[in-house]
Write a protein of this length. Structure first.
Length: 451
């Protein structure tokens, strides 16, 4: 059935939108092409490289477009299109897709990114009708399909169209990110993508890892929004998937101090899994109490209501109760749950009301008292790697970056100021942040000093 062809004015599509004298100008426009598929870089959709056809290919491209247009115009008049013209059209289309821009984009990539959407839509339908579906999943130099680019360019109306015509959402780019990762990273098109995959019975794995061993839910748990977390879970994403450091999405939401994402995850995490530990043997509650961020009390309350144990401890680590000893509000919250849920545990510390009050009084006398033991070694590591910049951001000190960078040892000044300005911040909290940053050598130095 070739009736769909009559929905289009073929001359307009093939010779107006894609007129030969406009091709070169269109492909000079910059493509949406992130250098690194990480959430922190996602806002910059531009690339330094323009996509161009070679001078040798341009005449051939014009010729192919004209020939395809002629064949399709003839098809309108022919009742035996599939008998007489299919082979020729297939051949011409394959030749068209084999011609690449210098960034590896196909003709379809170009039409999509340069907003010649009627042309893209027509050719996608034509390819699908001719059962040339693999052609729709060709990738550019960054292993991106047209579905990747449609999501990057926020085209929610076109995602179901591409899926229904055979685009594969599981193809990975050069960073291992599939279309589901993209929809979370770019906060674009996730709902239409998941719904169209379901309605078209597309075989997919929502727990597929990228090269950093992150599922789409891991990314959503860190960067949100909570609606993305809920959507993925509703469609069957696994809440227990582990990243390269053994962290579940719940651990990451705790690290990121996200109340909304934690709440969305807890709607699907059963009570008997609330205290699973990450690769560093920390539960989500231990992470929250150790880092003591702005929303730690709110997140701790959510975890405790779900059944988190404030006294759980593995591998000689401190319990959440012990980690919270420098934060009166957290201690008050935890003590209430310890008293009501764990009053038979023999090793509750402090054991009496007097000792509890004494601990609270000593809060301001503690903090980063061990800093002199490790400041030189840790500073040398972070200064050398420039990781002090990321540390400053996580500590909400990034407004002072320009001041720190002029110093011989930015890290040592940052840590010294941290000790003076944040009495409730501990060396163990610092070690946990460094661990989360991947600065394991620096974190281990601190842990050794604490032992």
């Amino acid at each position: 059935d070739s009736s769909y062809m009559h929905e289009y004015n073929l001359e307009d599509i093939m010779f107006t939108n894609l007129q030969s004298d406009g091709i070169k100008e269109k492909v000079k426009e910059k493509m949406a092409d992130p250098q690194k598929m990480s959430i922190t870089d996602k806002e910059d959709k531009s690339s330094d490289n323009s996509g161009l056809y070679s001078e040798e290919d341009e005449p051939e491209l014009k010729k192919l477009l004209k020939e395809i247009g002629v064949l399709l115009m003839e098809a309108k008049k022919s009742k035996n299109f599939y008998e007489s013209k299919t082979k020729n059209v297939r051949m011409k289309l394959q030749q068209l897709m084999d011609m690449r821009l210098d960034n590896g984009d196909t003709f379809l990539h170009m039409t999509l990114c340069n907003n010649t959407l009627p042309s893209m839509e027509f050719i996608v339908k034509l390819i699908h009708s001719l059962q040339m579906t693999p052609t729709l999943n060709l990738v550019n130099n960054k292993s991106q399909t047209i579905l990747h680019l449609a999501i990057m360019n926020n085209m929610p109306d076109y995602v179901p169209f591409l899926i229904s015509n055979g685009c594969d959402p599981m193809i990975k780019d050069h960073q291992g990110n599939n279309a589901i990762h993209y929809a979370v990273i770019y906060k674009s098109c996730l709902s239409p993508l998941l719904c169209s995959m379901k309605s078209n019975c597309v075989n997919c794995d929502l727990d597929c890892y990228n090269d950093d061993k992150q599922t789409a839910l891991h990314i959503a748990a860190q960067y949100g929004p909570a609606e993305s977390v809920s959507l993925l879970l509703e469609h069957g994403a696994g809440h227990g998937a582990r990243d390269i450091d053994g962290r579940t999405p719940l651990h990451l939401a705790a690290y990121d101090d996200s109340v909304a994402n934690t709440e969305a995850l807890l709607a699907y995490v059963p009570a008997n899994e609330i205290d699973v530990v990450d690769g560093n043997t920390n539960t989500a509650l231990q992470i929250v109490c150790g880092l003591q961020h702005q929303h730690s009390v709110d997140i701790a309350r959510l975890l405790l209501d779900k059944g988190a144990n404030p006294l759980k401890c593995d591998d000689k680590k401190k319990t959440a109760w012990a980690l919270a000893e420098r934060n009166l509000e957290l201690m008050t919250l935890l003590k209430r749950y310890i008293s009501s849920e764990h009053n038979t545990v023999e090793d509750i510390k402090p054991e009496s009301e007097d000792e509890y009050e004494s601990t609270v009084e000593d809060i301001t006398e503690t903090g980063m008292e061990d800093l002199p033991k490790y400041i030189n070694e840790v500073s040398a590591i972070l200064d050398r790697s420039n990781a002090w910049r990321e540390l400053a951001k996580r500590l909400h000190q990034d407004t002072l970056l320009s001041c720190y960078e002029k110093l011989s040892s930015p890290t040592s000044v940052l840590l010294a100021q941290l000790k003076e300005s944040q009495e409730n911040f501990s060396s163990e909290s610092l070690a946990m942040i460094l661990n989360d940053m991947g600065e394991k050598e620096a974190a281990n130095i601190i842990y050794t000093c604490l032992d």
